[in-house]
Write a protein that binds this ligand. Structure first.
Ligand code: ZN
Length: 171
């Protein structure tokens, strides 16, 4: 069976990233013992990632690059913000230094109640510097691996828009 829209796919893969100034670095991987499963059309990954896999069947290897523009776009300088320390203090005025430290990811809510995931990259006197860019923004993505499984999706999986069972949702 070939990979096509609405099929369930299991992969092993390595994701290496590069940005033109550094060597490729391994960012993420899924092993044969613990594959990455997704429903084609609903992986949550860039369209070009799924598109590059269309037509492959189980046992086939792949090795392709999704360029930065087709992936998560460039790093946006305006997505780096200084957030007042007051946002991270409790009612007693105590700064949450346990959770707000360099390298940590935090969710902040904007005025519309939308959650945004950001990384703490600096601690100032009055502000916390946070980077709200997607962690893969600014990178070309190099995927290599193999297709382990391709199957039809169950009606319930299609209705939910995700894979059930091993490697998927349990509920
Ligand atoms: Zn479900």
């Amino acid at each position: 069976m070939n990979i096509a829209p609405e099929k369930v796919v299991g992969l092993r893969f390595d994701l290496h990233v590069s940005n033109g100034t550094t060597d490729r670095q391994l960012m993420e991987s899924a092993s044969e013992a613990n594959p990455f499963y997704f429903l084609v059309g609903h992986s949550g990954l860039p369209f070009e990632f799924e598109n590059a896999l269309i037509g492959l069947d189980a046992g086939k290897n792949f090795d392709f690059t999704v360029g930065m523009i087709d992936a998560y776009g460039p790093l946006e300088p305006e997505a780096i913000m200084d957030i007042p320390n007051a946002v991270f203090t409790d009612q007693d005025g105590k700064f949450d230094s346990e959770n707000v430290s360099i390298g940590k990811y935090l969710y902040l809510e904007d005025e519309e109640g939308q959650q945004h995931r950001g990384k703490v990259i600096g601690l100032g006197t009055d502000t916390v510097k946070m980077d709200f860019n997607h962690p893969l923004a600014g990178f070309d993505l190099h995927f290599s691996g193999a297709v382990l499984e391709v199957r039809n999706a169950e009606a319930e999986e299609l209705a939910h828009g995700h894979v059930h069972g091993p490697g998927g949702h349990h509920h």
